[in-house]
Design a protein around this ligand. Structure first.
Ligand SMILES: Nc1nc2c(ncn2[C@@H]2O[C@H](COP(=O)(O)OP(=O)(O)OP(=O)(O)O)[C@@H](O)[C@H]2O)c(=O)[nH]1
Length: 267
């Protein structure tokens, strides 16, 4: 098979995308007498090696999944080089003269760095470390933090999603208390992936529930989707607002009203 991003005439036996036949064999036991799965080709693009590990572990790798556990030391730098070459190919196909156009000469590298190290970093790095303190004072009053800034992108067009989030926690005596700044770090980690807003708030709620074990959790998100303003229907002022409630917030409508009434900075 020949790839247009390789040197002219160069060939590789490992597809960059495709049916991953080698890995699928690794997912189920081969029938007796069948050939054992081939070990990964050392010349494979690093993305293929990472995908093979994910498939072998039966782990999902959707756009909004974190895959840090499957990336070995040094591979992120290799991934950056690989993504740069692919984006250069995309710019070629967009008929942009990246050799002579001084403005786009390093755009492929910039975009690769932006995706891997900045805007989609939440896919490629482990969760931020969170210090958990026991709830010694047995705090059981509603605590709200926000607005926290949301910077994300939609999975459909990779257009920016920018907004705010509020988090309300009703602790119990068993709840782990975490520093306020850690809520912002967790938001950043979850939102730093291609997302859809409905799934983003659920992922965030699952993470905070797991880390702190509160009696109740409420999350409200309000965001502008650039796929609706910069392009598409070009609606400039519309926002998406959604929320997720867990634990006592689901049963106690007075508590829900208290959370919604107290959201700081929201008119
Ligand atoms: N429900 C939901 N929809 C979103 C979100 N972000 C973007 N979208 C929408 O998802 C849709 C994208 O899928 P398609 O309808 O196939 O894309 P399209 O044909 O380019 O759509 P248009 O935007 O109408 O031009 C668009 O309607 C977006 O506005 C989100 O977080 N949640």
């Amino acid at each position: 098979m020949t790839y247009d991003w390789l040197a002219p005439g160069a060939k590789t036996i490992a597809p960059v995308r495709g049916p991953f036949t080698g890995t699928m064999r690794a997912m189920s036991s081969p029938p007796a007498g069948a050939m054992a799965p081939l070990p990964p080709d050392p010349g494979s693009p690093v993305s293929v090696k990472i995908r093979e590990r994910l498939v072998a572990a039966r782990k999902r790798f959707h756009a909004n999944d974190n895959i840090a556990q499957f990336i070995e030391p040094g591979e992120l730098a290799q991934l950056l080089d690989e993504v740069e070459v692919k984006i250069e190919g995309m710019l070629d196909s967009l008929v942009i003269d990246t050799e002579d156009d001084h403005n786009t000469r390093h755009t492929a590298r910039r975009m690769a760095k932006m995706y891997l190290n900045e805007v989609f970093k939440g896919r490629y790095v482990p969760a931020p470390p969170i210090t958990e303190f026991p709830n010694v004072e047995r705090l059981n009053e509603l605590m709200i933090v926000g607005p926290l800034t949301v910077r994300s992108a939609c999975s459909h067009h990779f257009c920016p999603v920018v907004g705010r989030i509020w988090i309300g926690v009703l602790p119990s005596e068993h709840t782990n208390v975490i520093g306020l700044s850690k809520y912002a770090r967790l938001v950043d980690w979850i939102m730093g992936r291609p997302q859809i807003q409905e799934e983003a708030v659920v992922q965030l709620a699952d993470l905070i529930m797991e880390k702190t074990q509160p009696d109740g959790l409420a999350i409200m998100m309000e965001a502008s989707h650039f796929c609706m303003s910069w392009r598409g229907v070009r609606e400039m002022d519309s926002k998406m607002i959604n929320s997720v409630m867990r634990g006592v917030f689901l049963k106690d409508s007075a508590l829900r009203r208290e959370f919604l009434a107290l959201l700081p900075g929201r008119n």
